[in-house]
Design a protein around this ligand. Structure first.
Ligand code: CUA
Length: 317
């Protein structure tokens, strides 16, 4: 049994598992799951034992008052006590899970099909990003979650429960990572053709590292001479109509902010590793890599131009 279960359970570890909690909230949720799973196992065993007893061991008719007692205790009293106990246990966790954050707020908007991220530190400049979330370890970070059009659901299984992103509403979620690492967040509500293709890395950093990183976000990304040609092509092809790169005249709001694209781990919202080849591929085949995304594909751009644009984007750090 253990041998049979081990390969299955091995699939529960890793960067995107609610059963491998790396944060306080996720631990609470995992504990609730464990309590319910063990409880359900015990009850299932009791019910099976009763069924075997009644059909195999003593199949003959029983006295009526015994049957009535069984229904009263086993069918009414027992479920009422167990379900009330579970409800009280679950409600007791809620106050803990709803404690407010400690200063850093991160606004995340679910888009079709990517994530708009704005860091709002208590003191210090706000910073824009996309498709990646960075948080300091050991701090309760408050997420303000919304969406402009359809419902998405923001879920970082290793750090906590999922919360819907609903147009016209702002939902709050507080998460705290207990140890540094990279986790994976996903969209957990069907939001359109590329619902399964919007994910994001979550990087939990030691607090001093995070603060240095966030402070650096306030200045515009470096513009290197070697990638100036790519920057020019980015401008000439109109990329800036949808994408913003702080410090340049690219100020588009429709698509992901690319100011520090070069330091992100993925391209296309968790879709592919962030390499120059994948950036080129994403620009050429947007429609097949991410069906129904608002960005058109550019299959006819000369390869040299695509390579220059990819080099430019990769240099934005
Ligand atoms: Cu966004 Cu599913």
């Amino acid at each position: 049994m253990v041998l049979l279960a081990s390969p299955i359970l091995a699939g529960c570890s890793g960067v995107q598992s609610a059963l491998a909690p790396a944060g306080h909230e996720a631990e609470e949720v995992a504990r609730l799951f464990l309590v319910m799973a063990v409880g359900a196992g015990v009850i299932w065993t009791l019910v099976m034992a009763a069924a075997i007893y009644a059909t195999r061991i003593r199949p003959e008719p029983h006295e009526e008052h015994i049957g009535r007692k069984l229904i009263l205790w086993g069918g009414v009293a027992f479920p009422v006590v167990v379900l009330a106990g579970l409800l009280i246990y679950g409600l007791g966790m809620m106050s803990e899970l709803r404690r407010p954050g400690e200063g850093l707020r991160i606004d995340v908007s679910g888009e079709q099909f990517w994530w708009r991220v704005t860091y709002r530190p208590k003191d210090g400049a706000e910073a824009r990003s996309a498709n990646e979330v960075r948080i300091p370890v050991g701090e309760r970070v408050e997420f303000a979650l919304t969406s402009p059009d359809v419902i998405h659901s923001f879920w970082i299984p290793a750090l906590g429960g999922k919360v819907d992103m609903i147009p016209g509403r702002e939902n709050r979620l507080v998460l705290q990572a207990e140890r540094p690492g990279t986790y994976r967040g996903v969209c957990a509500e069907f939001c359109g053709a590329s619902h399964a293709l919007m994910a994001f890395p979550v990087v939990a950093m030691a607090k001093p590292d995070f603060e240095a990183w966030l402070a650096a976000q306030a200045r515009p990304a470096a513009q290197a001479v070697e990638t100036a040609r790519g920057g020019e092509l980015f401008r000439l092809n109109g990329c800036g109509a949808c994408h913003a790169v702080a410090g340049t005249d690219a100020k588009g709001e429709v698509g992901p902010d690319l100011t520090r694209f070069g330091e992100r781990a993925t391209v296309g919202a968790g879709l592919l590793p962030n390499t120059a080849e994948n950036v080129i591929r994403f620009i050429m085949e947007t429609d097949t890599l991410k069906p129904r995304a608002k960005m058109p594909a550019y299959p006819n751009l000369p390869h040299a131009d695509l390579a220059a644009i990819a080099a430019y984007l990769g240099s934005l750090k």
